[in-house]
Write a protein that binds this ligand. Sequence first.
Ligand SMILES: [Zn+2]
Length: 99
Amino acid sequence: MAVTFLDPDECLSPHWEMRQRDHVELVWHKPFEGVGRVRALAWTCDCRAVVYELLQAGGQAFIRKTTQAEPSPKVRETHRWPIEEARRVWRALLLGKMR
Ligand SMILES: [Zn+2]
């Protein structure tokens, strides 16, 4: 199998769309400490100042929003949902229907 060399400047992860005027506001909390293992299911490209990740913890999932800033990034998280519901929110968020 041929090895493909990727341009390091090329974006590989999806970009979120600008939020729509009638988008649904998500509630963003300070990160909930004390969860066990968290697994990243999806994430947006980090070429933007705001990066979203869809994270799974046990049988639930949530979205983490990281705003890259100095001196330290600002991190916020949504509620936890059943994974299928979290995926629906994730898709809506990428499309700008929720934010
Ligand atoms: Zn990018």
